[in-house]
Design a protein around this ligand. Sequence first.
Ligand SMILES: [Zn+2]
Ligand SMILES: [Zn+2]
Length: 290
Amino acid sequence: MSASKDTPPPLPEPLRVAVADSHTHLDMQAGTVEEGLAKAASVGVATVVQVGCDVKGSRWAAETAAAYDNVHAAVALHPNEAPRIVLGDPDGWSRQGARPGGGQAALDDALAEIDALAALDHVKAVGETGLDHFRTGPEGMAAQELSFRAHIEIAKRRGKALVIHDRDAHADVLRILREEGAPERTVFHCYSGDADMARECAAAGYYMSFAGTVTFKNAQPLRDALAAAPAELVLVETDAPYLTPAPYRGRPNAPYLIPLTVRAMAAVRGIDEDAMATAIAANTARAFAY
Ligand SMILES: [Zn+2]
Ligand SMILES: [Zn+2]
C-alpha cells in the first residue's frame, strides 16, 4: 500500500446533532480506544457499538463497554468464524490465523461463552451473526446456519438486540429469521439489500444500518433502499476499519468519519442533516436499548 492509502482521512465538519456509530471494530483500528473515541466525539459521534467477531473479540468488546460510558458491546461468533471453529480453515476468514477444527463440541463451547457474555449489562446486542455466502463455501454452510440460529435464541432469551451480517444471503437470512422468530429488536448491519427488501424489513420492524457503501458511486440500488426505508428504522455505521465513505474509499475508516455518511444519507432522503442525525440518534438508542 502507498503512504497515502494508509493516511487517515481528515476530520470532517462536525455534526450539530450527535449520533452513534452503530457498528465498529475499534480493536482493528490504529491508535488507542481513547484517541478513537475522542476524535469521534470531536465531530459529533458521541457513542459507538463495539462489535466482537469471536470469543476473544467479544470479551474485549464487553470489557471496553464496561470501561467507557459511551461504548456499548455486541458479542458473537462472526458467520465466517463459526465454520472455522468446527472445520478449521487455514485459507478462510480470521485475524487469528490458522488452527485445526474442533468439531461441534468446540462450537458449543464458544456459543456458551457468547451466551455468558450476552448476560452482561454493558452488552446490548448479540451479533454480528447471520450468513455470509460470499466467504463461506458449501462445506461451512451447516455450521454457519446452526450458529446463526443459536445466536437468535441467545438474543431472545437474554432480551438483547440481534445484529445481522448478511452478505449475498438476503433470502436465507430473512427465511431463518421467520423460522426462528426474530428478537424484538433486529438490526441489519451494513444493509446491502434493495428497495424491495427494505420494504420487507420495514414490514417486519427490522432496523437497517447504512455504512459508507451508501456513498459509493455504483451504489444507486442501496440509495434507493435507503429512500424506501421508514425514517424510524434507519441507523448509520462505519464497520471500521472497512468501507470508508467517499471520497476516501480505500483509506482507513474510523468512527470519526460518520458525518460523511450521515450527510450522504440526508441528501438521499432529501432532508436536512440535523433532521437525519436526530432520527438516527433516537433510532440507535431504541434499537440497542441504551
Ligand atoms: Zn459484517
Ligand atoms: Zn462488522
